[in-house]
Write a protein that binds this ligand. Structure first.
Ligand code: UDP
Length: 237
């Protein structure tokens, strides 16, 4: 099987990892994602970096009773829990995962340094990046955009609970319109909920295309890399 991409960044939201329970980590989901990453790496030769969210445990902005910086630090710790869980799963599946965090925590995982992540990817490892950007007031979407730029990834695969980009929430509005393709400038102008605005503006500025798809069918991860159409293409325009 051939991939249309050489190096990709997959952003897996915390919510996607939570499966039906909407909180915590669903082992079946983790395994299903892990198996597809193995196909990408071992059968298709794709270099895979992954940014994990933390929303299945904690989101800083959703907890205003705490100081925002403290709350965001808690959110970043949540992303590390997901990174470790995914790394564990990939190891069980016989792969070489490297969990890395944007904040130093030597006893737990490597500190993210671009050149080290790059070397792991070239040597066939899968890097799993925790703590997003490493700074409060940001999200893991922006972390994904930043790392995709640094690591020169061809594309960001946005693995979500929703299967595509819509003009309004399809769970609330049955008449919501699904986009096959949408320009980042239209996402920004319409305030559409694809990635957060900072991440979208960053991708537009740095010419990083984004593919949004639902991870409820995890095979979509492989389909996108084969060049098949699934979900929404968010293009740099
Ligand atoms: N976070 C942060 N800086 C970052 C990335 C994440 O402070 O660069 C914190 C923030 O509190 C955020 C939480 O970590 O709410 C979890 O990340 P995110 O909401 O992006 O997770 P997702 O929605 O993708 O599961």
């Amino acid at each position: 099987m051939k991939s249309v991409y050489k190096r990709i960044l997959i952003k897996v939201s915390g919510e996607a990892l939570a499966g039906k329970d909407k909180t915590g980590i669903d082992d079946d989901v983790l395994e299903a994602i892990g198996r597809r990453i193995k196909v990408l790496r071992e059968e298709m030769g794709v270099e895979v970096a992954i940014v994990v969210g933390g929303g299945n445990f904690w989101r800083g902005a959703k907890n205003p009773e705490f100081d925002r910086t403290d709350a965001d630090h808690m959110g970043m710790l949540a992303t590390v829990m997901n990174a470790l869980a995914l790394a564990d799963k990939l190891r069980d599946l016989g792969m070489k995962p490297f969990p890395m965090a944007a904040i130093q925590m030597d006893r737990i995982c490597e500190f993210y340094v671009k050149s080290k992540a790059d070397a792991h990817l070239k040597e066939g490892g899968v890097v799993i990046l925790g703590c997003g950007t490493g700074s409060p007031y940001f999200t893991t979407d922006t972390g994904a955009a930043l790392r995709a730029a640094e690591l020169r990834c061809d594309v960001i695969l946005l693995a979500k609970n929703v299967d595509a980009v819509y003009d309004k929430d399809p769970a609330l509005y049955p008449d919501a319109k699904k986009y096959d393709t949408i320009a980042m400038s239209d996402v920004l102008a319409g305030g559409l909920k694809v990635m957060d605005l900072t991440a979208t503006a960053f991708c537009l500025d740095n010419k990083i295309p984004v593919k949004v798809f639902g991870v409820s069918d995890p095979e979509n991860i492989v389909r996108v890399c084969r060049g098949e159409k699934t979900g929404t293409d968010v293009i740099c325009k």
